[in-house]
Design a protein around this ligand. Sequence first.
Ligand code: DO4
Ligand code: MG
Length: 294
Amino acid sequence: MLIIRYIREGKVVLAAVSPEGKIYSLPYDGFMELVDAAKQEGIKPLAKVMKLITNIQPLHVKLDELELLTPVDAPEVWAAGVTYERSRDARNYEATGGKLNAITFYDKVYDAERPELFMKSTSARTVGPGGTLMLRSDSNWQIPEPELGLVITSDGEIVGYTIGNDMSCRDIEGENPLYLPQAKMWRRSCSIGPSILLKDAVNDPYAFAIECRIFRDGVKVVEGSASTRQLKRRLEELVSFLIRDNHIIDGTVLLTGTCIVPPNEFSLAHGDLVEIKINGIGTLRNPIAGAGLI
Ligand code: DO4
Ligand code: MG
């Protein structure tokens, strides 16, 4: 069961999408209100949705015709880094001016008990499905990072899964790790969506297949795939470090790191289209605009 948000006649609609693709309007303003209502009844969000849609008719709308929003208005998006071998190797490459098989502090964090976690975005900086992502003006090496996102409550319960794009500047991070916030966070540098897959509908979150495609002038120029099976850490482990002594707001999204890195000579350009697909969640598509063009 998927949860989406869309705009109809200027109003935000929260809706459930059944495995058969039927769309049902839900009587809540947002995803976390649904989670709260389920909690108050002592049932899981999936059971609550099933109860709500049992006696109502699906809407006469088609998913691909809706103006989708981020599925949750995440107040903050946090991200984990170097959680896959592929990311560790790519970070080593950019931090050593292009050496292959270099060993750096990224190896240390990959193996350490404490994961790398950083603030990625806020609601105002994050775009949803179809929203335009924007490049930075002071970087010549920018890439998308396709990641599984966890939707969490203020006490760290994982209530759903979504897709995130942790846009990154490899040259800025490679120049100096202390520049990480600038390599990661700027206006329109993060997208999430298109839906939330409810946690209780998932048997094994380490079996998600992640695919990424980048199109330039309509031609596919980059393609990659990975599986959450390759994740070094447990999802609960990442969340437990995030909430430790922290103030986390309901509906926060935690991105879990990338395992797909475009070829080293590739950098995003104005007009590109990035597609990230995770089985069971959908496809997150975002066009790319040059710096300052939005
Ligand atoms: O160390 C920088 C962040 C790496 C990252 O964002 C990732 O592994 O996904
Ligand atoms: Mg990342």
